[in-house]
Design a protein around this ligand. Structure first.
Ligand code: PMP
Length: 291
């Protein structure tokens, strides 16, 4: 990202993009004591900004630290930075991490740093791929037991298995990977939640060891508004034989239909299409109204 212009909000100040640096002995780098958010701005407004900032605070608490700026201060910094960057549609990445004052596993007194970067990130999956439905591999890594890792925190360390799984999937010609959990249940993709359709009903795994995504909850609300039944439950991989549609939800992924998961096949149909459209109409009200 060195080539990008503009500014980064860094511990309360706007600094030139190229100057937003940190020390190589940063605890967040060595021990993954870092939490972050991913948000999207549409038409100059950050969708569910406060919910994301509250989750950043909650993620920090789970890792044992307090983000040293209030939710209101971080919200204001995101809004101001978006204006200064001059983007209408953009991706927003706040991050908080333990600094470089002490090296070692313990870093109780290290400063908690906070930064926010905003850049243009049009679509997570290629548009032509998204409409056909993307293809998912099945990951080798399993989402860990919540007693093994703080799975409710959007913590950098939890993404190690996501990056490994996504790289392996890409190397094998897939767009992403489905991760099962430690019990062998269907969990989520590497950066998005998952839904299935069977007989007009929507099924999605209970989020007890992965993020209950903000997009996930938004899409459940949109589905119920349309009168679709949404069932949150344990889903075993062999049940995928009986599902006709499948889609992912996430801030970056938005609503993305899936056509294939390992040996299982799905055809993006009416429910997926309606929810793709409902989600876009919700997040881009200005664009939807103009069409
Ligand atoms: N699971 C993982 C692992 C993610 O990284 C994300 C993206 N933050 C999600 C689910 C979806 O969360 P959200 O809808 O809040 O973006």
């Amino acid at each position: 990202f060195d080539q990008l212009d503009g500014e980064i909000w860094y511990n309360g100040e706007f600094v030139p993009w190229a100057d937003a640096k940190l020390h190589v002995l940063t605890h967040g780098l060595h021990y993954a004591s870092s939490v972050f958010e991913g948000e999207r701005a549409y038409g100059g407004e950050i969708f569910k900004l406060t919910e994301h900032t509250e989750r950043l605070h909650a993620s920090g608490k789970i890792l044992g630290f307090t983000v040293p700026y209030s939710v209101a201060e971080i919200d204001a910094a995101c809004v101001e930075l978006l204006k200064r960057q001059g983007f209408a549609d953009a991706y927003v990445r706040p991050i908080a991490w333990r600094g470089s004052e002490m090296m070692g596993v313990s870093a109780q007194k290290n400063r908690i740093n906070v930064a926010i970067a905003i850049w243009q990130w049009p679509s997570y999956f290629k548009p032509e791929e998204r409409l056909k439905g993307i293809r998912l591999d099945i990951a080798e890594y399993l989402r860990p037991d919540p007693r093994t890792a703080p799975s409710k925190s959007k913590a950098a360390g939890l993404y190690m298995i996501c990056t490994l799984s996504k790289h392996r999937a890409e190397d094998r010609g897939y767009a992403d990977a489905l991760m099962l959990d430690w019990r062998g249940q269907v969990a989520e993709a590497t950066g998005a939640n998952i839904f299935f359709v069977q007989d007009g009903r929507i099924h999605t795994p209970t989020p007890d060891c992965f993020l209950d995504g903000i997009t996930r909850r938004t899409v459940i609300g949109l589905a119920r508004q349309r009168g679709y039944e949404v069932i949150e439950r344990v889903i075993m991989p062999d049940e995928m034989t009986g599902f006709t549609e499948c889609f992912l939800t996430g801030t970056a992924a938005e609503v993305t239909p899936v056509s294939e998961i390992g040996p299982y096949r799905f055809t993006p149909g009416e429910i997926s299409t309606n929810l793709v459209n409902d989600y876009m109409a919700l997040v881009q009200p200005k664009r939807a109204a103009a069409e």
